[in-house]
Write a protein that binds this ligand. Structure first.
Ligand code: GLN
Ligand code: ZN
Length: 755
């Protein structure tokens, strides 16, 4: 059977692309050097696919920044503000679109999350009169380059429906005016590729979401225009990140030569597709998970592949990755420190290419194949690791009962009990947790990690930092202080390193946006907390002040969303284990005399399933996990949570169900408009809407903050309003942090006088 992947990571085995981009942006290297490096990464990626034995080599998946941005440049969809002198779309224009043109003060295009992944794409803009033209010919050149290597290229293009649906528009419905001119450009690109290849991959992941009626109505005619542009090659309609469900009919009527299904997340589509797939269509089976780091169960996948082959005939079946491998780290061979049993169960992008190739092998003997035998043994060794399934953890989660999800009394009754000993002034001021992660903090941590600084010396250094941070907050006259998170490299990694069931890769980087990469922790086994994780630091901070110190924890949903998660247990169950572990920490903090505890859930919103039909059940277990984490304390202990984004409209109701005493949210950039959702829903508890944007080095003025707080007071009564920045201050320098907070405290004082 034929084999292919939907795309390969672009960052290079050692994040070469990151370094090259950052050098180039700083003016330390030129365009030639950058493009030369890009060429070598691409060639390497193609050779990896060829060496694995894949039939088709994907082109057009590489990008210097983002593939949506590349598509915009290919189709000449460049917003007016970026047009240079001749309207050329050169590399300068390309990076201006991505990052803004500081010299001319032109803001970058917006960036947002690619479906439910942690990858960010550049948001297309459909504004003004539609204008398109044939731009970059990189895809054509790359496709020719693969041919020149004697390999068979399979170019990939982001499909027109997805491109249009993902963009923003200047007025309702405006995007659709762009469809016809865009399709002309698509058709011209496709016609040029047609003689060079067997397949052209058209990515339409938007089919795995709830489509608008407008989009549904236009899909078929759009695809027909593309299908009309090929003569020798065939178009493959690729869908991923979920089942097609109600959009399956559309896909089957596309007139394309093939359909790709994500069978990792959309297995429910397979039977209906086998019933109804038109004779003229091939089927690409996405069996190797592009979004995780675990080995595929090749026996199971091969059995499924065989069933499909027997039904459709081998010529109509392609074996594939579920989605692009962009979301997986590059090469497991870069890992030397992982425990052998765990490493045996893992597979990164390079290894996933081999898995796909094995599945395509003709005459694969499921019982006797050496590769399948080895795969079964590796998965068995992973499952047999004693930390994967632990009776003590399973017994505890099984014993969770409803009472553990409820505080003793309601918020209304808790509030006076808390105030009786917190004695906070009206409009209490606080911060979100982190203070600047200075060069010296990072340098000391590095030394300690390398063993160049002993543990006692490192801890003494951190205590000094914490003491200093407390003193600065006292000087600023903030009401609720924090220890500043100096000991934390990252809000998920720090806790993962202290919990059983987690492991860490050395080089498991995946692209988040542009040159930014993240290295998610891995949850491989049952989660348990061997000992307190934060208590000594918070207690030390509290010992240095008479004001209340707020403890900082990362919530279970965020821990889950920002990790690679095991696949042998449901996500909700893993989340419950995390919740119990963090609940223990909450209770220990309370025992140590800490009166306020914040549990950050930065990722609660992004963990939402793509389809409406799945969202409620997710929100239900996510909210329960938060409640399980937080509800073990006395009424007198105040629970805070923090979420840094501003799309609360559909979820305020669920946020209220968290029953946190106080929630802080990002809202300065939306000028407090998001509070409207809190008003409409009559959100009952305390709220701290951020009064300034921590993403920018600009220092907010006192007047500005006063104005925002007055706006907030129209929605949230004074006795429930807190004053804080939008998010943590770890990326800022001390001088800005202090100046901004000074203005925040002064603005609050002015308002208190008026009260
Ligand atoms: N407590 C964290 C901090 O201040 C919260 C970060 C976040 O929400 N992303 O850095
Ligand atoms: Zn935040």
């Amino acid at each position: 059977m034929n084999t292919h992947i939907l795309g390969f990571p672009r960052i290079g085995r050692n994040r070469e692309l990151k370094r090259a981009l950052e050098h180039f942006w700083k003016g330390r290297s030129d365009e030639t050097a950058l493009l030369e490096l890009a060429r070598s990464i691409k060639k390497n990626n193609w050779l990896i696919q060829a060496e694995a034995g894949l039939n088709w080599i994907t082109t057009g998946d590489f990008s210097l920044y983002d593939h949506v941005l590349d598509t915009l440049c290919m189709l000449g969809l460049v917003p007016d503000r970026f047009h240079g002198e001749q309207g050329k779309i050169d590399l300068t224009t390309y990076f201006h679109m991505a990052r803004g043109d500081i010299e001319r003060n032109v803001p970058a295009m917006e960036m947002t999350k690619w479906f439910d992944t942690n990858y960010h794409y550049i948001v297309p803009e459909f504004a003004g009169e539609p204008s398109v033209r044939l731009g970059s010919s990189r895809l054509l050149n790359d496709t020719k380059a693969v041919l020149a290597l004697g390999l068979r290229p399979k170019p990939v293009l982001l499909g027109p429906l997805t491109l249009l649906c993902l963009g923003k528009q200047d007025r309702p419905g405006a995007r659709w005016a762009w469809m016809a001119p865009l399709l002309e450009m698509y058709a011209r690109v496709i016609a040029k590729l047609d003689p060079l290849c067997d397949w052209i991959q058209i990515d339409e992941p938007v089919l795995c979401t709830d489509l608008s009626p407008e989009a549904r109505a236009r899909a078929l005619s759009a695809w027909a225009r593309l299908a009309g542009a090929v003569s020798g090659s065939r178009l493959l309609l690729t869908t991923y990140f979920g089942p097609l469900a109600e959009n399956l009919d559309l896909a089957l009527e596309s007139c394309f030569g093939g359909l790709h299904l994500d069978l990792v997340r959309g297995g429910e589509d397979l039977d209906p597709v086998l019933e109804r797939l038109p004779e003229s269509m091939s089927l690409s089976l996405g069996l190797v998970n592009g979004r995780n780091i675990w080995k595929t169960d090749l026996t199971e996948a091969a059995v499924l592949g065989r069933r499909v082959r027997d039904r459709l005939g081998p010529a109509r079946v392609l074996m594939a990755s579920s989605c692009s491998l962009l979301h997986a780290p590059v090469d497991l061979r870069s890992e030397s420190d992982l425990p052998a049993t765990l490493r045996a169960g893992m597979s990164f992008a390079v290894q996933k290419c081999h898995e796909v190739a094995v599945l395509g092998r003709s005459g694969l003997d499921i019982e006797a194949s050496e590769e399948l035998k080895a795969n079964r043994a590796d998965l068995a060794s992973l499952r047999s690791d004693p930390l994967v399934c632990r009776a003590t953890v399973r017994e505890r989660t099984a014993a969770i009962d409803d009472t553990m999800l409820h505080r003793k009394q309601t918020y209304a009754l808790r509030k006076p009990v808390q105030q009786a000993w917190l004695k906070l002034p009206p409009l209490p001021t606080t911060t979100i947790g982190s203070f600047p992660q200075t060069k010296s903090i990072r340098a000391q941590r590095k030394k300690w990690k390398k063993g160049l600084l002993d543990h006692e010396a490192y801890e003494a250094f951190l205590r000094e930092e914490i003491g200093e941070t407390i003193a600065r907050q006292e000087a600023l006259r903030l009401d609720v202080l924090v220890h500043g998170e100096a000991e934390r490299n990252d809000m998920v990694e720090y806790f993962g390193e202290r919990l059983d069931g987690f492991c860490f890769t050395q080089n498991g980087w995946v692209q988040s946006y542009g040159s930014r990469c993240v290295k998610p922790p891995v949850i491989f086994g049952d989660v348990a907390r061997p000992q307190a994780m934060t208590v000594p630091w918070i207690s030390y901070a509290q010992s240095r002040t008479d004001k209340p110190v707020k403890a900082m924890l990362t919530g279970p949903v965020t821990m889950l969303c920002w990790s690679f998660v095991r696949e042998d247990l449901s996500r909700s169950e893993v989340c419950r284990q995390l919740a119990l572990a963090i609940r223990d920490e909450v209770c220990d903090l309370e025992k140590a005399g800490i009166k306020i505890i914040q549990i950050d859930e930065a990722a609660l919103r992004e963990g939402m399933p793509l389809r409406h039909r799945d969202q409620e059940s997710y929100l239900a277990w996510a909210v329960d996990a938060f409640r399980l984490t937080s509800a073990g304390v006395e009424d007198s202990t105040q629970i805070h949570t923090h979420m840094c984004y501003s799309e609360f409209n559909e979820i305020v109701e669920w946020i209220a169900k968290l029953d946190a005493d106080v929630i802080s949210i990002e809202s300065s950039r939306s000028k407090m408009e998001l509070l409207e959702a809190f008003r409409r829903f009559a959100y009952p508890n305390d709220v701290g809407p951020g009064v300034y944007d921590i993403h920018s080095p600009r220092i907010p003025t006192v007047d500005e903050i006063v104005a925002l707080l007055k706006k907030a007071l129209e929605v949230i009564p004074a006795d429930r309003l807190w004053v804080n920045p939008d998010c943590g201050l770890k990326t800022r320098g001390w001088p800005e942090a202090v100046a901004s907070l000074r203005n925040m405290v002064e603005a609050t004082a002015l308002l208190r006088e008026e009260m």
